[in-house]
Design a binder for this molecule. Structure first.
Ligand SMILES: [Zn+2]
Length: 424
């Protein structure tokens, strides 16, 4: 890329120094503090760092970090890629990611949903990937509708190419003001926030009707097609279709995903990544082998060993995330659930009532974390037998050696990783 102006170079260098100091003093990976220092010295630093790169922004309620990683892996086929691999997804994290890899011709940035309009405006990114929108901790549907409304305003009249999941009605609505959209039928597991039409408030019908279904199997059409009963808002015809283990590209060619990352949510993330890669000229034949190399992302899906027990770590931060984790968890294995309520988790855990835990019936369930009593009450009401544990270690000790699944929310997940080894 072209040389940065002197002031931006200085800001960028000082930001990197601050990041190094932050890491050296054990205050985290340094990506946020470094970016903050840089932005303080040069408020226009993000714009300058983003200029002259092919930039992809990735936003959603769930799957941002993983999809960012998948797209990054694919684009490494072309060369160096700057990315915020540690999930620091606000402007300070973006500055840090781009400053630490100034010469990379490509950038892939995970962006917090609320910051998307601002980051789009600042970076003028050419490609935007939008996957799903659902309530996050204490959010409610009305709040995510406002968010989608802000996306619509930000996208109107902007020459960005959007890759969006058309199985999510709210994402479809949020993306549909963009001049150019590639639609991916990537599925939608959590539907509690999309029973109503965002355009008119009417009910959304969910089963087989109308056109726009070419290329879909009957089962998939019944499962994912949607249309408003009262206005013209309906699912656009997809350019890419995910069907179980297979993705169909716009030419009708089928691709078996065969990922190391488990679960349908990750197959959806991979379908989005393939569509993004193709807009940059990378076809599935070259992108897919790279997606298959990704085995875990920031500790998610990692297996850690302790005293003959293999613990697979699944992160679930909100109701939709719990459904995705249930999809990955093995019904034949015991499962430990750990829920905290610190700052990043949200102090209010009433969202636990939005999750249907009955799928856990029949397997040994152990409950721990700061809010284990809240979770215990929820499981009691759902009729799921469980064992209450004072600590994660106690829960592990109560189970026989062998494989164990663990689902934890954000800080509980970080604690377990810190204690049981930071495999990445
Ligand atoms: Zn409608």
């Amino acid at each position: 890329m072209s040389q940065l102006p002197l002031r931006a170079q200085l800001a960028s260098a000082l930001g990197r120094t601050a990041a190094t100091l932050s890491r050296a003093t054990g205050r985290g990976d340094g990506s946020v503090i470094g970016g903050r220092v840089g932005l303080m010295l040069e408020p226009d630093l993000l714009r300058k760092l983003a200029a002259d790169r092919k930039l992809v922004l990735v936003s959603a309620t769930n799957g941002k970090t993983t999809t960012t990683r998948l797209i990054t892996s694919a684009l490494q086929e072309f060369g160096d890629v700057a990315t915020n691999a540690f999930g620091a997804n606000m402007p300070a994290g973006h500055v840090s990611a781009l400053a630490s890899n100034k010469d990379a011709p490509y950038g892939v940035l995970e962006v917090d949903e609320k910051y998307l309009p601002e980051v789009l405006d600042t970076t003028d990114a050419g490609i935007l990937c939008l996957m799903n929108l659902s309530r996050d901790q204490m959010d409610r549907a009305a709040e995510i509708w406002l968010l989608a409304q802000k996306w619509r305003r930000a996208l109107a009249g902007r020459p960005v190419h959007v890759i969006a999941n058309c199985d999510d009605p709210l994402v479809t609505w949020g993306a549909s003001t963009a001049a150019r959209v590639t639609w991916v039928a990537a599925g939608q597991r959590w539907r509690e926030d999309s029973w109503c039409c965002p355009e008119c408030g009417g009910p959304l019908d969910r089963s087989g009707f109308g056109n726009g279904s070419q290329g879909l199997t009957a089962a998939q059409m019944a499962d994912t097609n949607w249309a408003c009963r009262e206005c013209t808002f309906r699912r656009p015809e997809p350019n890419w279709v995910l069907d179980g283990e297979y993705v169909t590209d716009p030419r009708g060619q089928h691709w078996r995903l065969d990922l190391q990352l488990p679960g349908q949510a990750n197959r959806a993330n991979a379908a989005m990544a393939l569509a993004v890669a193709e807009t940059l000229g990378l076809d599935p034949a070259r992108a897919l082998p790279r997606l298959r190399t990704v085995a875990s992302v920031a500790g998610r899906y990692t297996t850690v060993e302790r005293d003959g027990r293999s613990l697979r770590l699944l992160l679930a931060k909100n109701p939709a995330g719990w459904l995705e984790a249930f999809d990955v968890a093995d019904p034949a294995l015991p499962i430990i659930l750990s829920v905290n309520a610190q700052g990043p988790d949200g102090r209010d855990t009433s969202w636990l009532w939005d999750v249907d835990y009955r799928i856990l019936r029949g397997r040994p369930v152990l409950v721990t974390g700061e809010r284990r009593l809240d979770l215990a009450l929820r499981l009691t009401v759902a009729g799921v037998p469980f064992q209450l544990c004072d600590s994660f270690e106690q829960a592990v000790g109560l189970l026989a050696p062998g494989k164990i699944d663990v689902i934890a929310n954000y800080t509980a997940f970080q604690q377990i990783r810190a204690e049981f080894g930071r495999a990445v």
